[in-house]
Design a protein around this ligand. Sequence first.
Ligand SMILES: *[C@@H]1O[C@H](CO)[C@@H](O)[C@H](O)[C@H]1NC(C)=O
Ligand SMILES: *[C@@H]1O[C@H](CO)[C@@H](O)[C@H](O)[C@H]1NC(C)=O
Ligand SMILES: *[C@@H]1O[C@H](CO)[C@@H](O)[C@H](O)[C@H]1NC(C)=O
Ligand SMILES: *[C@@H]1O[C@H](CO)[C@@H](O)[C@H](O)[C@H]1NC(C)=O
Ligand SMILES: *[C@@H]1O[C@H](CO)[C@@H](O)[C@H](O)[C@H]1NC(C)=O
Ligand SMILES: *[C@@H]1O[C@H](CO)[C@@H](O)[C@H](O)[C@H]1NC(C)=O
Ligand SMILES: *[C@@H]1O[C@H](CO)[C@@H](O)[C@H](O)[C@H]1NC(C)=O
Ligand SMILES: *[C@@H]1O[C@H](CO)[C@@H](O)[C@H](O)[C@H]1NC(C)=O
Length: 415
Amino acid sequence: MQVHCAPPHLLAALLLLLAAATSPALAHNITRLLAGHPDFSTFNQYLSVTHLAAEINSRTTITVLAVSDAAMNDLLAEHPSNATLKNILSLHVLLDYFGSKKLHQLTDGFALAATLFQSTGSAPGSSGFVNITDLKGGKVGFAPEEGGSSDVGAYYVKSVEEVPYNISVIQISKVLPSAVAAAPAPEPTQVNVTDVMAAHGCKEFADALSNSSDAMKTYEDNVVGGLTVFCPLDDPFKAFRPKFNNLSTANRASFLEFFAVPIYMSMSMLRSNNGLTNTLATDGSRKFDFTVQNDGQDVTLKTKVNTVKITGTLLDEQPLAIYTLDKVLLPQELFEAAISPAPAPAPTPEKAAESPKAAVKHKSPPAPPTSGASDSPADSPDSTVADQTANASVRSCCGRFGFVAFSLLLVVLAL
Ligand SMILES: *[C@@H]1O[C@H](CO)[C@@H](O)[C@H](O)[C@H]1NC(C)=O
Ligand SMILES: *[C@@H]1O[C@H](CO)[C@@H](O)[C@H](O)[C@H]1NC(C)=O
Ligand SMILES: *[C@@H]1O[C@H](CO)[C@@H](O)[C@H](O)[C@H]1NC(C)=O
Ligand SMILES: *[C@@H]1O[C@H](CO)[C@@H](O)[C@H](O)[C@H]1NC(C)=O
Ligand SMILES: *[C@@H]1O[C@H](CO)[C@@H](O)[C@H](O)[C@H]1NC(C)=O
Ligand SMILES: *[C@@H]1O[C@H](CO)[C@@H](O)[C@H](O)[C@H]1NC(C)=O
Ligand SMILES: *[C@@H]1O[C@H](CO)[C@@H](O)[C@H](O)[C@H]1NC(C)=O
Ligand SMILES: *[C@@H]1O[C@H](CO)[C@@H](O)[C@H](O)[C@H]1NC(C)=O
């Protein structure tokens, strides 16, 4: 949200209004909804184990296809890994609202529904859709749409909970038979981070990362112990590319490392754990940190230079999470905030998030997070590239003009 044109008092009022309007109360809690139905306790338990519960709670207009404990036990008897279970269960979350009434009144007798499996990018190709068919005699069939299989997988049993049009929970007769979802999913530590990003809208960033052997190594070294990556989407990163190319090789590595945090953070952890966080680039006095902050249902990342929003989840599989960003977050160590006429909005006290442990590459532990990040200036739309030869200590003591004077002095001395 860019409201940089508003006068300061209007801005403050607007922020207060926004804070009041977007209370953090979630629309629903699938764990609690299912808790009243003991026959779904295993299904419910695995929604939590696989972190799908948080994903479901963060969305509205969805339908959860629940299966009984007996059906879950058949699935668990095959000893799927947690990653595979997550794929299978995410195929049971439809990204549209189907109450029992709508199911029996499908236009043309069928509907194709996208699922969480498809939207979180775990599904290969065009798989991850469920074909719902209104069959003769009032029966409704559910089949994964993959490879022309005409097998009607499971049938509608009953409506479990309906909260129109936020969430509908319906029981189906068995787990949807999907060879694609049931294929052994790679363990998170074997996931190729750049491949996942490249395949789902962060190709530009992934390319830049692959091209920086230092940054790539830091990412790889940290996956096992926990890693959360925030990748800017292709359009914003493409536009930013000239500025990125302008950085020195070392600063390019730091810049790329700045987009990852050396701990695993699920979406619900990000929502509840606001504050300053260190990154893979944090190294002693080179802070390269940012502030995680809730904005209603959104989670934003903020530096003194700009604020960006998390727009999607590419992967959420402990110990690895990958999210997409709507813009390129700029570290204040490399970029200066444009001089903004709007003073900072009234500072709100916020506690520092738990400091992630030191990234694997570092010899010295990162500086502990400091509170008071809230004194950063208002979000400014633009930034200027700080001169690459300047470093943070020079800039923080003298500012831009001080640096220019300093450079001039050097030129004079050289003459
Ligand atoms: C549906 O979700 C919205 C927020 O997305 C919430 O304000 C509303 O109360 C929810 N409706 C019900 C019936 O829970
Ligand atoms: C949802 O409900 C469960 C059980 O009541 C609770 O443990 C959990 O914290 C709730 N989640 C959220 C996000 O409120
Ligand atoms: C699945 O995750 C749960 C909870 O995180 C854990 O206790 C369990 O050991 C995991 N199972 C496997 C097979 O990794
Ligand atoms: C869905 O399944 C029905 C019959 O089971 C079939 O007629 C229809 O073509 C399928 N729709 C799609 C989009 O595959
Ligand atoms: C990830 O895949 C790319 C090509 O798709 C490859 O160049 C790179 O070496 C892989 N990285 C790892 C860690 O395997
Ligand atoms: C890779 O990095 C080198 C310098 O380290 C640069 O010259 C080259 O243009 C980069 N290539 C890509 C595709 O980013
Ligand atoms: C690259 O840096 C030079 C000086 O360091 C600056 O004049 C130029 O505007 C920068 N280019 C971009 C695209 O930021
Ligand atoms: C930053 O500048 C200080 C003094 O000007 C110097 O000692 C330090 O090595 C510089 N750091 C970097 C990363 O260039």
